[in-house]
Ligand binder design. Structure first.
Ligand code: UD1
Length: 421
């Protein structure tokens, strides 16, 4: 099992290049199932989760070629199976995103229930509600879901999501693009990754309007074709490096970013006294100029403060003067990093979905475990600011979603190495 060894090396300085977004590339890869023609996806980050999606597509019959420069060619001429087995589905929650495209193309899918981070129940009933509304017959067993469509195929429908789930919006959108008639997804998720997927699907020949708003209109088409697409930059990786600049009181230029996508993170950092400026080359973050103070955050669906940046932001709040409240409203069990941060000298108490962070602490190095992907990133950030050596275990969680994590930090002057035990 690999771990990161981190020593405080003072403020981070320099430039960092952001990779393609994990949460955008996974649905894009699933969407290639919708055509028999070749799709080229550029700026694909090298991540464990991308590897898993590649394995799933490969298992379904795709031919996949990597060009070594970050592009993947995916061609699903014919499917060899319409089933995703437990061993693949269990590796990440996003495996369930193949259900919508499989149903649309084949009229049948059997997918074992997804795994992924242990940050709450993460049910799938909204995905299934959408498929059912489109005319699929769903059989939900303890371990898998089977969905079938009659010979008449999927039919457009109006679907209201009780919560703007990112995955459900994507899955339903992908199922609806080949349906007969018009589908409306109301209270849809508005995340930039949804817009990226809609742009990709539209380039394949779909007719989707309103992606990025809470009401998406999809006019079904008969057939989709192959296309080329460049993945949007990862806004969560961007936020993580913004916080790296802030927590080490450093000065970082973050390149390949979309400023709009990180607006809530920038706003909250500015409230704390961190300088965040959009410049020609990217985003300039300076945490060493002003005295930093605490603030409160509340996670919400986009364009609210992202739940994926809650734990990295909390790590930062432990280091600034004053007390801040962190409220998590998207996931029910996303405070597992609190115990680990407290082991590093933080003073955080929780009650339900609310955490109070008493800041101004000098963190100290400790042995800590990454309990999920973003919690792992938070611990690495804490390690960069802590006195002494921090060892972060279970870093496979981190490698699911961050490309060349240690290397990018080293380029900024951090003392961090990946050690294979
Ligand atoms: C995606 C992101 C993840 C991010 C999350 C919220 C990917 C691959 N992952 O996950 O990084 O943290 O959005 O921004 O894009 N829910 C239900 N029923 C459902 C579906 C979801 O109750 O059928 C609930 C979940 O339990 C959770 C909340 O909705 O509490 C948000 O989940 P969702 O938006 O679906 O997140 P994911 O798509 O899994």
């Amino acid at each position: 099992m690999a771990k990161f060894l981190i020593n405080n090396n003072g403020p981070l300085y320099g430039e960092v290049q952001i990779s393609g977004a994990k949460n955008a590339v996974l649905p894009l890869m699933a969407a290639t199932i919708l055509t028999g023609e070749k799709c080229k996806i550029r700026e694909v980050p090298k991540l464990l989760d991308v590897r898993v999606m590649q394995d799933i597509l490969d298992f379904l019959g795709a031919e996949i070629k990597a060009d070594g420069a970050g592009a993947l060619d995916i061609e699903m001429k014919e499917l060899t199976t319409r089933e995703v087995p437990f061993a693949l589905a269990n590796q990440m929650r996003a495996s369930f995103l193949v259900m919508g495209p499989l149903l649309a193309r084949e009229g049948y899918a059997k997918v074992y229930l997804p795994g992924g981070c242990t940050i709450g129940a993460r049910p799938i009933e909204l995905h299934l509600k959408g498929f059912e509304a489109l005319g699929a017959e769903i059989v939900l067993k303890e371990k898998y879901v089977e969905a079938k469509v009659g010979p008449e195929g999927l039919k457009g429908a109006s679907i209201y999501l009780d919560f703007p789930s990112v995955g459900a919006t994507e899955n339903i959108m992908m199922a609806a693009v080949l349906a007969d008639g018009i589908t409306y997804i109301e209270n849809a998720a508005e995340e930039p990754e949804i817009v990226d997927l809609a742009n990709f699907l539209n380039r394949m020949g779909a007719s989707i309007k309103g992606a990025g708003t809470d009401n998406i209109k999809i006019e079904g088409v008969k057939k989709l074709k192959g296309t080329e697409h460049t993945v949007i930059p990862d806004r969560i990786e961007t936020g993580t490096f913004m916080l790296a600049g802030a927590i080490t009181r450093g000065e970082v230029l973050i390149k390949n970013i979309v400023p709009d996508h990180v607006r809530p993170i920038a706003a909250k950092l500015r409230e704390c006294g961190v300088i965040v400026e959009v410049v020609d080359e990217g985003l300039y973050v300076n945490g060493g100029q002003n005295k930093l103070i605490s603030t409160d955050i509340k996670t919400l669906p986009y364009p609210g403060f992202p739940t994926d940046i809650q734990s990295p932001f909390m790590a930062f709040l432990t280091t600034v003067e004053g007390s801040g409240t962190v409220i998590e409203t998207v996931f029910e069990n996303r405070f597992m990093h609190v115990a680990e941060l407290n082991r590093m000298g933080a003073n955080i108490t929780t009650e339900g979905n609310r955490a109070i962070v008493q800041g101004g602490k000098q963190l100290v190095g400790a042995h800590v475990a990454a309990t999920d992907l973003r919690a792992g990133a938070a611990l690495v950030l804490a390690g960069l600011a802590a006195k002494g050596t921090t060892e972060v275990f279970d870093i496979y969680h981190i490698e699911r979603g961050y490309e060349n994590f240690a290397e990018k930090f080293r380029n900024l002057g951090a003392d961090i190495v990946r050690v294979d035990d």
